[in-house]
Write a protein that binds this ligand. Sequence first.
Ligand SMILES: CCCCCCCCCC(=O)SCCNC(=O)CCNC(=O)[C@H](O)C(C)(C)COP(=O)(O)OP(=O)(O)OC[C@H]1O[C@@H](n2cnc3c(N)ncnc32)[C@H](O)[C@@H]1OP(=O)(O)O
Length: 157
Amino acid sequence: MDAFQDHYPENVAHCYGCGRLNDHGHQIKTVWEGDETVTRFTPEPYHTSVPGFVYGGLIASLIDCHSTGSAAAAMYRAEGRDLDSLPPFRFVTGSLHVDFLKPTPIDGPIELRGRITEVKGRKVVVETAVLAAGVLTARGNVVAIQMPEDFGTAKPG
Ligand SMILES: CCCCCCCCCC(=O)SCCNC(=O)CCNC(=O)[C@H](O)C(C)(C)COP(=O)(O)OP(=O)(O)OC[C@H]1O[C@@H](n2cnc3c(N)ncnc32)[C@H](O)[C@@H]1OP(=O)(O)O
């Protein structure tokens, strides 16, 4: 099954977390399983925090891109549209909250399971459970916002 990220338009397919065109990135892949969105990722030894456990920033990064992808997929689903239909839905992160509940072992795949808890206007809220060997180790809450047309054009300051 194609992942959400396989359908991102080329101009937004370079993200470090989810861009299929970023050779140095995580290149995560997310799919629907019923009403949940699911990403599976196997950490590398260099993703270490304390030996044996995953760096928290990696977990935050996975939640981040899992959630923006889930938000886009939820909007396509809400409108009954295919993932590759035009115009594309693109979401960026407005807010990212992570609760680290337990250390996450590095020696196996991590599963992220997302639920869409709100779709309102340009905003989608995604709650994500992070599991390692079936054990809940972290929770994420992301407010994803549909990317404005002028995203990135404003000058800082
Ligand atoms: C499909 C391809 C995707 C490829 C990209 C993947 C991205 C991967 C994830 C990332 O890492 S994205 C990079 C990190 N994020 C950013 O750089 C975003 C920087 N922030 C912004 O550009 C703007 O602040 C943002 C677009 C998020 C919001 O500005 P807007 O002017 O569009 O928001 P607006 O004020 O119109 O608010 C729209 C709704 O969002 C809500 N909102 C906006 N910012 C929020 C925030 N920070 N926290 C919570 N809610 C927020 C706001 O309250 C409102 O909700 P309601 O409709 O219910 O009133």
